[in-house]
Design a protein around this ligand. Structure first.
Ligand SMILES: C[S@@+](CC[C@H](N)C(=O)[O-])C[C@H]1O[C@@H](n2cnc3c(N)ncnc32)[C@H](O)[C@@H]1O
Length: 225
């Protein structure tokens, strides 16, 4: 039976082996028209960040989003990068060192075990949340931690609803090096965004294989009396 990557241990093992070449291999998908950087930029845009904000990135990997986030929050802001894999975090640490950023904290934790700080200004997860078995609880925890009016944004892969769905085994095979399987493709984090947040938006790209779901933390009801 091929590995279906439904456990965190199996995912961590994939990224232990992938970490050294992650940035290079992720870029190879450009060859098949996958505009990864454009999708990342759109996801960060949807966060609506401001200078000085604190942003949590779940499954931050090697920190490919950090330069985009830094542009929005500036040196007064703070990035908290959370990831399961020590090897991916080591690559992120090297990036932080290379750019001499002093406002990035890296946390080794599964998304499910991570305790979000109160009143964060944004939460982002790109190509990672589907890999967490308890993704719905993670979205709910994050939604509670967000400051009122601030945004949770998920960019990830999904099986499309269109004719391409018939090619599901082939599509999954193409991204198998990143711990995607037909089983994990059954997870639907965009539905969690829709159920735990307000003013949600959903957009797709790349033939419906990419989605960006975003939502706003609900304002706490005013106390009466
Ligand atoms: C495809 S990489 C994406 C990395 C980065 N977000 C990016 O867009 O380049 C998936 C990342 O999610 C992390 N990851 C997978 N399952 C996780 C979990 N349950 N909790 C936290 N991180 C997880 C992996 O270690 C890996 O770094």
């Amino acid at each position: 039976m091929p590995e279906d990557f439904t456990t965190r241990e199996s995912v961590a093992e994939v990224y232990r082996r992938r970490a050294a070449w992650y940035d290079v291999t992720a870029n190879l998908y450009y060859l098949i028209g996958f505009r990864e950087r454009a999708y990342r930029r759109r996801a960060v845009e949807l966060l609506g960040l401001r200078p000085g904000d604190t942003i949590v990135e779940i499954g931050c990997g090697t920190g490919l989003n950090f330069p985009l986030l830094q542009q929005e929050i500036g040196p007064e802001g703070r990035i908290i990068g959370v990831d399961l894999s020590p090897e991916m975090l080591e690559r992120a640490r090297q990036r932080v060192h290379r750019y001499a950023w002093t406002n990035v904290e890296l946390v080794r934790s599964s998304a499910a075990d991570y305790g979000f700080p109160a009143r964060v200004d944004g939460i982002l997860s790109t190509f990672a949340l589907t890999l967490e078995p308890e993704y719905d609880a993670v979205v709910a925890n994050g939604a509670r931690a967000l400051a009122a009016g601030r945004r949770w944004v998920v960019l990830d892969l999904r099986l499309p609803e269109n004719w391409l769905r018939h090619l599901a085994p082939l599509l999954v095979f193409l991204v198998r090096p990143f711990a995607v399987s037909l089983k994990t493709a059954d997870r639907h984090p965009w539905e969690s965004i829709a159920s735990h947040l307000a003013d949600t938006t959903y957009e797709e790209a790349y033939f419906g294989l990419i989605y960006i779901a975003a939502g706003t933390a609900r304002r706490a009801p005013k106390r009466s009396g």
